[in-house]
Design a protein around this ligand. Structure first.
Ligand SMILES: [Zn+2]
Length: 326
């Protein structure tokens, strides 16, 4: 199954994929923050864009806490994220999914991939890979795996991690960023799905969880655009539905660094929800009325639900975040 995005207001469209004019089609969106810190403006943009696109299609909007990487979890962050979302007027459907409770599902997916010979055990340490002569870089700047263990573990070596055989070309149309194509072997290389520290990698967890939550449309930050081809490959290898994708511009600071705990992005929970929501709408190209900053969050949501259009989102990978007055 492949889903497609379509402009929410385009009632003249006769496309059967236009869920706003076709009551039989289903839209399920989601927001999936990792509890490695408090929500900052960049996470608010992703939450708002995904929620509005889902609501404009009369769809569901689900929440997932991506706490699979336990080393990066900040105690109390997950509860604070949920409280901030509620305070900002977000309403999610169903139970929150926690990746830390999904290990059995990831294990089952790994077994499926093993049975199809789509993965192989890898004994290489990071240092060995870094010191490999003639190493080349993947598209994301990481070292591309040179294939050392592809045909079997070297004698006397034990498996540390499991890697997916990156093969074939993936083409997809991103609803904001346009046509994308990736040669998996050349642009990504064989990638880890079970890490040497025993944790499942993000790429596997996100694919298994999107399928389990019935997600049909993924709206998220463009920092994940480069992961999408690998995720589509995993969906195909696992026989899972392929959601449609839309990647929003990522919010950066003035030095063009992605907002994160590392760049000391300010947490949004101390801001006026209405002001922050209006700033996020403006960032997403929606031209909200300035006086909405003085209104209630409910008024901002009402305006946003009536006016949201995905085709107004700037077709850019990143934008500088605004300064929001307190
Ligand atoms: Zn290896």
């Amino acid at each position: 199954m492949t889903a497609h995005f379509s402009p929410a207001c385009d009632l003249s469209s006769h496309s059967s994929f236009n869920s706003s004019s076709n009551p039989l089609s289903i839209y399920v969106g989601r927001f999936a923050p990792s509890p490695s810190g408090l929500l900052h403006f960049g996470s608010l943009v992703a939450a708002l864009g995904s929620a509005l696109q889902a609501r404009r299609h009369h769809g569901a909007w689900r929440l997932r806490i991506e706490d699979v990487d336990i080393a990066r979890i900040v105690p109390g962050a997950a509860a604070a994220i949920l409280a901030t979302l509620e305070n900002f007027g977000f309403e999610w459907d169903g139970e929150v999914m926690w990746q830390s409770q999904r290990i059995d599902a990831y294990m089952a997916a790994l077994e499926t991939l093993k049975a199809g010979n789509h993965v192989f055990p890898c004994a290489c340490t990071r240092r060995e890979l870094e010191e490999m002569p003639g190493a080349t870089l993947a598209r994301d700047g990481s070292l591309r795996y040179p294939g050392t263990c592809r045909a079997g573990l070297p004698p006397g070596r034990k498996a540390r991690a499991w890697r997916v055989r990156a093969e074939g070309q993936i083409d997809f149309v991103d609803a904001i960023q346009g046509q994308q194509t990736e040669d998996l072997a050349r642009d990504a290389g064989d990638y880890v799905i079970l890490r040497a520290d025993g944790l499942f990698a993000y790429q596997l967890a996100v694919v298994v969880d999107d399928a389990a939550q019935g997600v049909t449309h993924v709206v998220r930050g463009a920092d994940l655009l480069g992961s999408t081809a690998r995720q589509i490959q995993l969906q195909r290898l696992l026989g899972l539905p392929e959601p449609a994708y839309a990647h929003l511009p990522v919010a950066t600071n003035a030095a063009a660094e992605k907002l994160s705990k590392q760049t000391r992005a300010r947490a949004i929970d101390t801001l006026s929800p209405a002001r922050a929501l209006v700033a996020a709408l403006d960032f997403l190209g929606q031209t909200p009325l300035p006086e909405l900053s003085q209104a209630s969050p409910a008024d901002v949501w009402a305006w946003a639900l009536a006016h949201w259009r995905l085709d107004r989102v700037p077709r850019r990978m990143h934008r500088v975040a605004p300064v929001i007055e307190t």
